[in-house]
Design a protein around this ligand. Structure first.
Ligand code: SAH
Length: 287
């Protein structure tokens, strides 16, 4: 990631006083046109990040490099992207670690892909299965525009419902309509202890997925959603914003266990009694 003064070819986010955002790629002699006037790219090239420029009509614009969260909301999209609030939760709850081997399907616009690549570092690898050739190309362009061309990413145009060829994967991340159709072959592609994570917009899809997980060698399943409410903070007027993104999707994570461990509890009837409920690590830490 770059730092220091803006240089030719970089992407810059311009924010106006109403917080509208515009993403521009700096070119020598280029110009940014908006209803509030024009800014010459040459006024930005060589300027420090965070600088303020004025348009020909006197409007003020602040210039910064886009963060990953800002970029995914501004980049060209083919498919709907996973929102930043969910991207962060996926990294932690799917426990994406530097060097991990990850399968992602579908790849869509590449928002999750670039988030993963940043977390995995140069020793990790993302294998993307995307059914649509045009989305695969769009995702690759979006990723490279943000992270550069040297990323450990392979995108294959194929249907993940038909099977997974890779083996010994650490994580499988799914953002597509019927992830339950992936569960049987995900069990063969992941290493034991590996994590499956699926993002789904509706709760009936979650119920179908959880039923498939219950029948599989996956266990320790959890489903949750992330609520992110921004606040208006201006002098003494401090309150939640009136509008929020109230719903995006539900996240479900599960771990690949040994076949014995994944069997329903009924078959362990002769074993020692289960641990008391309050040792459940998913419990509210306050309880
Ligand atoms: N997570 C992505 C968005 C994915 S949108 C992002 O953050 O940008 C869902 C994608 O899944 C679409 O691109 C769609 O083409 C793809 N898809 C749907 N069914 C699929 C299948 N069976 N195999 C592979 N990709 C599939």
């Amino acid at each position: 990631m770059s730092r220091g003064p803006f240089t030719v070819g970089e992407r810059v986010l311009l924010l106006d006083t109403k917080r509208r955002r515009h993403l521009v790629v700096l070119q020598a002699g280029g110009a940014f046109h908006s209803h509030a006037g024009i800014v010459a790219h040459d006024d930005l090239i060589g300027a420090p990040e965070g600088t303020r420029v004025r348009t020909t009509m006197g409007a003020r614009l602040t210039a910064v490099r886009p963060t990953l969260a800002e970029y995914v909301l501004e980049m060209p999209r083919g498919a709907q992207v996973i929102y930043p609030k969910d991207l962060g939760a996926i990294l932690v709850h799917a426990d994406v670690f530097p060097g991990a081997r990850v399968l992602e399907s579908g790849v869509g616009s590449g928002a999750l892909t670039m988030t993963l690549l940043r977390a995995l570092g140069p020793d990790g690898h993302v294998l993307g299965y995307e059914i649509r050739d045009d989305f695969a190309g769009r995702a690759r362009r979006n990723v490279e525009a943000f992270l550069g061309p040297d990323v450990p990413l392979t995108v294959e145009v194929r249907d993940v419902y038909e099977g997974i060829e890779a083996t010994d994967l650490d994580r499988i991340l799914l953002d597509l309509p019927e992830p339950w159709r992936v569960v049987p072959h995900a069990a063969g592609a992941l290493t034991r202890g590996g994590i499956l994570c699926a993002y789904l917009p509706t709760i009936l899809q979650v119920a179908t997925l959880r039923a498939a997980i219950a029948e599989s060698e996956f266990g320790m399943a959890q489903t949750f959603e992330v609520l992110h409410r921004t606040w208006h903070v201006e002098g003494q007027s401090v309150r939640p914003d009136h509008r929020m993104v109230a719903h995006t999707g539900f996240l479900t994570v599960a771990r690949l266990l040994t076949p014995e461990a994944a069997r329903p509890d009924a078959s362990d009837a002769s074993d020692a009694p289960d641990a008391p409920e309050d040792t459940d690590v998913t419990d509210d830490p306050g309880s």
